[in-house]
Design a protein around this ligand. Structure first.
Ligand code: FES
Length: 256
């Protein structure tokens, strides 16, 4: 079950163009939060909450780190909140990633603003994790130092080659899998990227989980606003709620 309340903002940073990094002191939500889950934020003047993925959980300090991109008036209003202001947070919501034992070999793949939800997952595996992160260009690179600080092997790609590999995260994923095996791959980013990651995971026979981003309204499975087609075990198709049954799905279940 989730909690909803207002919580003080502890820090706020602008970390790239239109990308903001907030730490919110919400100990009761933090104590229940897991990698891959999200919170639903309400801002003044907007009826609908905005789903924001959880970037980091600090249970000792009772804080959540939220990194989001301004995409419209709701997220813009969120980005105006300052340290000490109260944020209306509902969460944790969604299922989160399946975490294996920390000595497993994991690969996280993040595309653009799909990168923040991968950090808490990467921290779980630390030096046993390869973090493959892709961005438009050097100015849009975020969190690479955070992944580095948790001990991961960080590999960057940019569309224009201004930082790291000139090309796609999927080039780096293939390269990494050719170097050696992995027990699990996690991915979050644009749908085309997820589809390509899922295909490579299948080719190399590695389990893969993807976090889907859909428009959401209620966030708790009550409105059908986030229905997505999912493959059933018998080869059929059904609709599931990204907010409640997801946002994380086994890549094999997703109909791209
Ligand atoms: Fe309402 Fe998912 S957002 S059911």
């Amino acid at each position: 079950s989730y909690i909803q309340n207002v919580y003080p903002i502890q820090s706020r940073d602008a970390i790239a163009r239109d990308v903001f990094d907030y730490v919110v002191a919400c100990p009761d939500i933090a104590s229940q939060s897991h990698a891959g889950q999200f919170v639903h934020i309400r801002v003044a003047g907007h009826t609908l909450r905005r789903p924001i993925s959880i970037c980091e959980v600090n249970r000792e300090k009772g804080t959540l780190r939220l990194v989001f991109e301004v995409r419209g008036s709701g997220t813009e209003a969120m980005s105006m909140l300052s340290v000490g202001d109260l944020m209306d947070v509902m969460g944790p919501l969604g299922n989160g990633f399946t975490l294996l034992s920390p000595d497993s070999r994991a690969i996280v793949v993040g595309g653009g603003i799909g990168t923040p939800p991968m950090l808490e997952t990467a921290k779980h595996y630390a030096e046993n994790c390869t973090a493959i992160l892709g961005f438009r260009d050097a100015a849009h690179v975020i969190l690479d130092e955070d992944f580095d600080a948790c001990g991961c092997d960080v590999r960057l790609a940019t569309d224009d080659g201004s930082k790291g590999h000139h090309g796609f995260v999927t080039d780096l994923l293939r390269q990494r899998l050719e170097e050696g095996g992995a027990d699990i791959i996690y991915a979050c980013g644009p749908k085309g990227m997820l589809q390509a990651v899922a295909a490579i995971a299948e080719e190399f026979g590695v389990r893969c989980e993807v976090s889907l981003e859909e428009r959401m309204a209620c966030g708790i499975g009550a409105c059908l606003g986030c229905a997505t087609p999912i493959r059933t075990a018998d080869g059929g198709m059904t609709y599931k709620h990204v907010c409640k049954d997801g946002p994380v799905f086994d890549a094999k279940e997703v109909i791209f």
